[in-house]
Design a binder for this molecule. Structure first.
Ligand SMILES: [Mn+2]
Length: 294
């Protein structure tokens, strides 16, 4: 048995098939975790979802922001955007089966040992591992219930940006969804920022170095020395006092971050659909990284 995590596929089904051959994946023996965003941007969203659906219990896949976007489009909550490339799902005979399957995906997955957590984007500083699963379940329950359509109509928006346990209603669900599927940069106390476009890895945060040289190591904003670029923001996994720092958090979503291993997290969206690579990382044996280049 081998357990691999695979980054954002974004409709690049051919690359996924190639990657599965390269890791000698066998569904009866091996296990896959997908970081979500199976759809959009690439050419074959429908085939990608069908492939993962057919893997059954051999694969877990969390929802990403593009998967949510597709669900919102199919519910008429937002119109299809010019850059969207999931028309193959919208027009497919099995399109409803595909979107219904996506709607029933989780937002967070953990393993039996509970030492590793899979999400699309990130987790809040103040959430324990149990909190991550509990808040993901709140959204999963809403997605599967009669309030699904209303949730899709209340999905979009950046507010609120900071977690409070006493939030309720759609503001609470939207914030949980934004944390788990859209978050990149935060203030030191974990409030999300969606405006910072500075790509890490230009020396601004030193994150490509794996976190071993992060200044004073406490994640103090700006200790990389480029407040002018990041406005004193830090990647979510560097927020001081993050309660999941004793668990391995596997995530995608951040293609400009690239393959990232440090801070006890594993970022594996390497941007195949942006001329990067599709990445698989073995979780049950250290170190093995397999990539298909675009
Ligand atoms: Mn994403």
């Amino acid at each position: 048995m081998a357990h691999y995590a695979i980054g954002d596929v974004h409709g690049c089904c051919g690359a996924l098939q190639k990657l599965l051959r390269r890791i000698h994946f066998h569904p009866a023996r091996d296990r896959l975790w997908f970081t979500g965003d199976l759809v959009n941007r690439g050419p074959r969203s429908a085939d990608t979802v069908r492939l993962v659906m057919d893997l059954g219990d051999a694969a877990d896949c969390v929802l990403g922001n593009h998967d949510f976007h597709l669900l919102a489009v199919t519910e008429g909550a937002i119109s299809r955007q010019p850059l969207d490339t999931f028309d193959d799902i919208l027009s497919a005979a099995d399109g409803d089966a595909i979107t219904d399957w996506l709607r029933r995906r989780p937002l967070a997955v953990t393993n039996a040992a509970a030492d590793t957590i899979l999400v699309h984007a990130g987790v809040h500083r103040d959430w324990s591992a149990a909190d991550v699963m509990r808040h993901a379940l709140e959204v999963e329950t809403a997605l599967r219930g009669g309030g699904f359509q209303a949730l899709m109509h209340n999905l979009y928006g950046n507010d609120p940006v900071q977690w409070r346990e006493n939030l309720s209603g759609f503001a609470r669900l939207r914030l949980i969804i934004n944390i788990l599927t859209r978050m990149r940069y935060c203030t030191a106390d974990g409030a999300m920022d969606f405006t910072c476009k500075a790509a890490p890895g230009n020396g601004d945060l030193g994150v490509r170095n794996g976190g071993g040289d992060s200044g004073n190591g406490d994640g103090t904003p700006g200790n990389g020395g480029t407040d002018n670029e990041t406005g004193g923001l830090v990647p979510w996994f560097r927020t001081p006092g993050r309660r999941t720092r004793d668990r391995r958090v596997v995530f995608g979503h951040w293609a400009s971050l690239g393959l990232y291993r440090g801070d006890n997290v594993l970022g594996i969206d390497t941007g195949y659909c942006w001329d990067g690579a599709l990445t698989a990382v073995r979780l049950d044996a250290p170190g093995e990284v397999v990539q298909v280049e675009a």
